[in-house]
Each structure stands twice: as C-alpha cells, then as structure tokens.
Design a protein around this ligand. Structure first.
Ligand SMILES: Nc1ncnc2c1ncn2[C@@H]1O[C@H](COP(=O)(O)OP(=O)(O)OP(=O)(O)O)[C@@H](O)[C@H]1O
Ligand SMILES: [Mg+2]
Length: 375
C-alpha cells in the first residue's frame, strides 16, 4: 500500500468514525462486503446482493469463510423474506406496525443491503410538499436560464428511479393525501413526468420504494386504497417473548453504548430484564404470570423506549455510579417512559408499584429505587 492510499483509507475511516450515527452501509461495510464475496446466487438487476444474502444480512448468520453477520432484526424469518422478495417485484414495500417495532431500522438496512445506499430518504410530515417526492427547482438557475435539467433539483425518489436504487419514504401516512397520491404514477407507471421540460424520468431496473407507517398514529391521513394497492404490506410485530425482547434491548444498548463509550452491558442484564418485564406487563395489561390485571398507561412502552431507558441508565452508571447498571440508574428513566400523562399515568404506576413490584422479593432494590423517584 502506498502512502497516499494509506492516508485516504485513514481519512475514509475517520469520516465513518466521526459520524455520531453512521449510515448502515458504512457501519456494516465489512459485513456487506463479506456477503457480496460469498454470495453466488442470482441478483436482481442492480442489486448489490441476492435476496438470500440480504435476508442473511438482516437476520444474521455465519458465512463459509467464518465471517459472522450480526443480526440486525430479531423477528420472524418469514417476515424478512417476504419484505426482501417484495423489493425484487414490481410492488413497493410498506412496513407497518406500532411505534418502536423497527420499521425505520429495517427500512434503512434493507436499502443498505439491496442498493448499498440508505440515504435516498423522504421524511414524511404534515408539511411534506409534492416537490419532496417529485422534484424542485433551483430558482436562481430557473430565473437566469429558464427551465432546464440544470435548474431541476431531483428528489431522492427521482434519483432512485434514474439510478435503479431503493428510495425510502418515512411515515407515509403523515403526508397529506394529495401529496401521497404523487406516488401512484411513480409506482404504477414507473415514470415521473416533467411537464415543464416535456420530458420524463423512467425508472430503471433495481428501482423500488420502501415506505414506513405507524398504525397507532391518530389523526393522520389514511393511505388511499389506490396507493395501498401498489404496496405489499408487511406488518412488523412486537417481540413475541420476553426473552426475544431482552435480547433485542441488550444487543442495541450494547451497540449504542459502545459508540458512546459506555460500560459493557452483561453486568446489567438483570436490570434489562426488569425494564422489559415492566414494559410488557403494563403494555399487555396483565402480569407475566397472568394472575393480576393491570391498567395500561397512555405511553406506547415500545422496545425502542426500553432501549433508551437502559441506555440512559448506563450513562448514569458510567458517569455518576460505579459503572455497573443498577436499579437506581434506571428508575428515573423508567418513570419518565411510563408516566407520560401525569394526570392518569401516575396513579397507574403507583398502583403497579405497590401491588406488583413490591410483592416480588428479588425486586427489593428495584422497588426502593422506584419509590424514591416516584415520591
Ligand atoms: N425486532 C427488533 N429487532 C431489532 N431491533 C429492534 C426490534 N424492535 C425494535 N428494535 C430497535 O428499536 C429501535 C427503534 O426502532 P425504529 O425507530 O426503527 O422503530 P419504528 O418502528 O420506526 O418506530 P416509529 O413508529 O416510532 O417510527 C431501533 O434501534 C431498533 O434496533
Ligand atoms: Mg420510524
């Protein structure tokens, strides 16, 4: 390796390292490269990997050369397989689920594995304009030289069409209905007309779109049935068992913790189990043994929130404790996650604390810590 080669390598590594949250294709570049090398199955046009390798990237596995692919998504294999194969068809993929079920996460990793680029992203909001999905104009150029390709600012979707890549639309149902409908022509005709230029952009092979939507959001726009027909809907479920959820939380906290230089998780796994138990019991409205009915608080208490409660706890343990995650470190974060609406949730939490938590004799320190912050 020459000196210049070496220094560009270092520079590239530093850009990756310095990003607080690198894109999936950068963070897992070595896994993607190993998969591409080991992958001898047919790949759809412009796909970086075969559908099999994309599914392995998401679900994890060990390659013949010994490379370990870490699981990104923990959940039913079939769900992932259906999602991946949908992207190889002419239908777009809609990932649907309650908050915190990894819709955004799966969408990012799918785009990274299929196209090597997860950044062709439109964030859906109530204010998302049509231009964000079609194209806009560079007004200085437009005024100086009139409409031309140079003055046109392509949207991420238009770029994905032209280059045969995966586009992503986050929170599709937050986008006003008429703007959502812009996607109908794109998805059915695979064409984006530019009337101002008398031209069009035709999608090339490899183009597809992943949208995410939350089925719990109230007061948002429904998906029109015309648009829904262009999508294959894949519902991402909540983790089926407490063990699966503990596993997801521990894995993610470990990854996030490492990027923030926090202490390792293993010693805190007992606390993670408690957080997950509390979340699941309150979410399900019944204790794990099925004996006591509970009221559910207004918050969603998703896996994603369990991850942030535990990460917050680890940071407390690292900076103000002895580096080991203890009940005292998670109690405040837990209270914040459960009590969203002080008027109703506080009572529900107190009742849970006194009737359920208090009775568990191996939860004494946890009970005390929660009492302290709840007072
Ligand atoms: N089954 C799972 N497997 C792996 N990670 C998971 C799983 N469920 C949740 N997570 C983790 O939860 C975090 C949040 O997920 P994400 O933001 O993708 O949720 P979402 O479904 O998009 O939520 P929202 O509806 O609020 O946008 C991610 O860090 C992800 O790793
Ligand atoms: Mg999301």
């Amino acid at each position: 390796m020459t000196l210049t080669e070496h220094s560009t390598d270092v520079a590239a590594e530093q850009t990756v390292e310095q990003a607080l949250r690198p894109h999936a294709e950068d963070a897992f570049a070595h896994e993607l490269a190993a998969l591409a090398a080991a992958d001898d199955r047919p790949r759809p046009a412009r796909w970086r990997l075969s559908p099999w390798a994309v599914a392995t990237y998401l679900l994890g596995g060990t390659l013949p050369d010994g490379t370990v692919i870490t699981p990104k998504y923990v959940g039913p294999r079939r769900t992932v397989e259906v999602a991946v194969t949908t992207l190889a068809t002419d239908r777009a993929l809609l990932l649907l689920g309650v908050p915190g079920t990894a819709k955004t996460w799966v969408s990012e990793h799918l785009a990274a594995a299929v196209s090597g680029d997860s950044t062709l992203l439109v964030q859906g909001t109530a204010g998302t304009p049509e231009e964000a999905i079609r194209y806009g104009w560079n007004y200085a150029q437009l005024l100086a030289h009139g409409p031309s390709r140079d003055a046109l600012v392509p949207s991420p979707v238009m770029r994905a069409m032209a280059d045969g890549m995966t586009a992503r639309v986050e929170e599709l149902t937050r986008i006003p209905a008429d703007v959502q409908d812009t996607l109908i022509t794109i998805l059915s005709e695979k064409t984006l007309p530019i009337p101002e230029l008398g031209e069009e952009v035709q999608a090339v092979g490899g183009f597809n779109l992943i949208a995410t939507a939350n089925d719990r959001d109230r007061g948002v726009n429904e998906l029109s049935s015309a648009l829904r027909r262009r999508f294959n809907t894949v519902v991402l479920p909540l983790p089926a068992t407490p063990e699966a959820e503990v596993d997801i939380v521990a894995r993610r906290v470990d990854q996030i913790g490492r990027s923030l230089d926090l202490p390792a998780v293993p010693e805190g796994v007992e606390e993670i189990r408690r957080v997950v138990t509390v979340f699941r019991e309150l979410r399900d409205g019944v204790t794990a043994d099925g004996r006591t009915k509970l009221k559910s608080p207004s918050g969603t208490l998703s896996t994603a929130e369990a991850i942030s409660v535990v990460t917050g706890g680890l940071a407390l343990a690292a900076h103000f404790g002895d580096g080991v995650l203890r009940s005292g470190d998670i109690a405040a974060g837990l209270l914040g996650a459960v009590v969203r609406d002080p008027a109703v949730d506080r009572v529900i939490w107190q009742e849970y604390l006194e009737t359920v938590v208090r009775e568990r004799h191996d939860w004494k320190d946890f009970y005390r810590a929660c009492r302290e912050v709840s007072a």
